[in-house]
Design a protein around this ligand. Structure first.
Ligand SMILES: NC(=O)c1ccc[n+]([C@@H]2O[C@H](COP(=O)([O-])OP(=O)(O)OC[C@H]3O[C@@H](n4cnc5c(N)ncnc54)[C@H](OP(=O)(O)O)[C@@H]3O)[C@@H](O)[C@H]2O)c1
Length: 269
């Protein structure tokens, strides 16, 4: 089968960053589906892996989100049959989806919504899982609840932010404040359903105050280092859940500790 991958980690500007090559068909485990891939998405995780991770041998195939049609099933498969249209976020420990065929464990696969084409469906899994886990599992918001409370989404027009705004607006009663800095991203956040859109290149604290709101939840998806002091100021004195992404877990842990120390010093926790 044809696949696309790289032999040496590096930036996309390298001539060999993404090359087409012939690969063996994947071998199926008992719970695996062999999927004929019809659509994939490009996600920040692809960029991070391609920049940093050398293949153990030969080529590394990236691409984690996919949509396609089940071509063959492993001996223990229970939930799917040949011909089913599926979509999934894949498994970072296995070869990626930038290939004609792909093996994936059925337990992390869903039926593709019929209302979507393959390309559209492939854009959803990882961003949606991330936004769902962030809102309902990590922040602990309950469906239908959140009346009188607000969620600040920093980086609202990004992949995760776009889904997070929609989930919060459709499934909870939270007021959503999103950040965006360009006309098209401001329009996009409004289209996703945000109640208010503020600019992340201007003072978040002043803009949130002007709205007369105090965020009860903060999802800092992009540029957290630059927004750290503003977030600290916004959450001081309030029972706020803050969730932020960093390029590595140490960064995340260190800044969370900074925040806790800062709040202790202000005697707010
Ligand atoms: N995508 C996923 O499925 C996924 C899964 C797990 C973790 N993550 C992590 O979550 C984070 C966000 O990912 P994403 O895919 O949502 O990002 P993304 O799509 O790359 O986000 C782009 C957005 O970031 C905004 N932005 C740029 N500079 C900013 C700043 N200084 N402050 C606030 N916003 C800024 C831009 O808004 P303007 O253009 O309006 O300035 C743009 O709309 C990343 O760290 C990623 O690794 C993502």
């Amino acid at each position: 089968m044809k696949a696309i991958g790289y032999k040496k980690a590096g930036p996309i500007t390298d001539l060999e960053a993404l090359v087409e090559f012939e690969s063996d068909m994947p071998e199926l485990g008992s719970r695996d589906l062999l999927v004929a891939v019809k659509g994939v998405s490009v996600n920040p995780v692809d960029v991070k892996v391609r920049n940093n991770k050398n293949p153990e041998d030969g080529y590394k195939i990236i691409g984690y989100d996919a949509a396609g049609v089940v071509e063959k099933v492993g001996s223990g498969v229970e939930k799917f049959k040949v011909g089913d249209e599926v979509f999934y976020a894949g498994d970072i420990t296995r070869p990626g989806t930038n290939s004609q065929y792909h093996a994936v464990d059925e337990r992390i696969v869903g039926k593709k919504p019929q209302s979507m084409g393959f390309a559209q469906a492939a854009g959803f899994p990882l961003t949606s899982i991330t936004a769902w886990e962030l809102l309902f599992d990590s922040m602990g918001v309950k469906e239908g609840e959140g009346e009188g409370e607000s969620l600040l989404v920093i980086g609202g027009a990004g992949g995760v932010g776009s889904i997070l705004i929609q989930l919060a607006k459709k499934l909870t009663a939270l007021t959503v404040i999103a950040t965006a800095s360009r006309k098209e991203t401001v329009d996009w956040c409004n289209k996703m359903g945000a109640d208010h859109v503020i600019n992340h290149h201007e003072s978040l604290v002043e803009q949130v105050k002007t709205l007369g709101l105090e965020p009860h939840y903060v999802a800092s998806l992009t540029g957290t280092d630059g927004h750290f002091n503003s977030i600290s100021t916004l959450v001081i004195g309030n029972q706020v859940k803050v969730l932020s992404w960093y390029d590595n877990e140490w960064g995340y842990a260190t800044r969370v500790l900074d925040l806790i120390n800062h709040m202790y010093s202000q005697e707010t926790i």
